[in-house]
Design a protein around this ligand. Structure first.
Ligand SMILES: [Zn+2]
Length: 299
């Protein structure tokens, strides 16, 4: 019996973020611009239009084993038993958006054009490192998660606090820390000292890691979201700061779910927050599509 019968391919797809909420909100022209960077490329780019901040950070796929089919009882050493908590049908139903819009894009798509998302047939566990969370900010995360859960139908489970710190290449399977399952989504209130990608005006990053059997369909199995606690604390001191902080968290969570930036300034997935009105029609339609990702008893 082959030791590894699955050809697992791991790729992290991370949407990075530059938020210039204050610039647009308070009319400071120095802050009106857009910083973006590519995970794979490293350094922030200068003010620029457009999106394209997707990166493929990691690929630790096993060597191909032609002819081997997935779905047997064996499993690779770097993954938990397949199908944990996976039901036969989606656990929730996305709330239909009030209006149709195609103003959304996905961070990753499969060969058949379907977006890469999380399996809606299992809960998405998350943990929060709130050591640096600004006063009163913890509730904003949980409210944002409720909003994204309604939009996608994905059921989230709060596994509580963690002391895990964000790292650039987070292991999606950490049995010593989280047991024999995919690591939960990590939501970290952190700082540029710990997460260098948050340097400058970048206020958050977020993304997920997908697995596939070779070139087969991909599904996200875990993710991480980093929030620049000092910057968000400063925002919270301003009028309407909670709305901005919520918008930042929702934008990041939408990256985690699989949405890419769009050029449409009305959408929350526009790379700058102009008005903190939350998820707009394009965002909501995209999240609904992500909630239709296929179920994966084999992952
Ligand atoms: Zn972004």
């Amino acid at each position: 019996m082959a030791r590894f019968v699955r050809n697992l391919v791991l790729i992290a797809v991370i949407g990075c973020v530059a938020f210039l909420a204050a610039g647009l909100a308070y009319g400071d022209p120095r802050l009106v611009g857009l910083l973006e960077f590519r995970i794979g490329g490293g350094d922030p780019e200068g003010p620029a239009a457009g999106s394209g901040e997707t990166g493929q950070a990691e690929n630790t796929g096993k060597a191909a084993q032609p002819g081997v089919q997935p779905g047997t009882a064996d499993r690779a050493a770097d993954s938990p038993p397949p199908g944990l908590e996976e039901s036969d049908s989606p656990l929730g139903t996305p709330e239909p958006p009030a209006e149709r819009s195609d103003s959304y894009k996905f961070l990753a798509v499969n060969a058949d054009g379907t977006p890469v998302g999380y399996s809606p047939c299992r809960p998405l566990h998350y943990v929060v490192n709130a050591d640096l969370a600004p006063e009163g900010a913890a509730g904003l995360v949980h409210e944002a998660i409720k909003t994204v859960s309604r939009a996608t139908g994905i059921r989230f489970i709060n596994d509580g606090a963690t002391d895990e710190q964000p790292v650039e290449k987070r292991a999606p399977y950490q049995p010593a820390a989280y047991g024999d399952r995919w690591a939960p989504l990590l939501i970290a209130w952190t700082s540029p000292d710990v997460a260098p990608k948050l340097r400058g005006q970048i206020i958050g990053t977020g993304g997920s890691t997908h697995y596939s059997y070779g070139n087969g369909p991909k599904t996200f199995v875990t993710g991480s979201l980093e929030l620049d606690a000092p910057q968000i604390a400063a925002e919270l001191d301003r009028p309407d700061g909670a709305s901005y902080a919520t918008a930042v968290i929702l934008h990041e969570l939408s990256h985690v779910m699989g949405l890419e930036h769009v050029d449409d300034p009305v959408q929350l997935m526009y790379p700058e927050i102009g008005a903190p009105d939350g998820l707009a029609s394009g965002d909501l339609n995209g999240l609904q599509e992500l909630g239709k990702a296929q179920c994966r008893k084999d992952l």
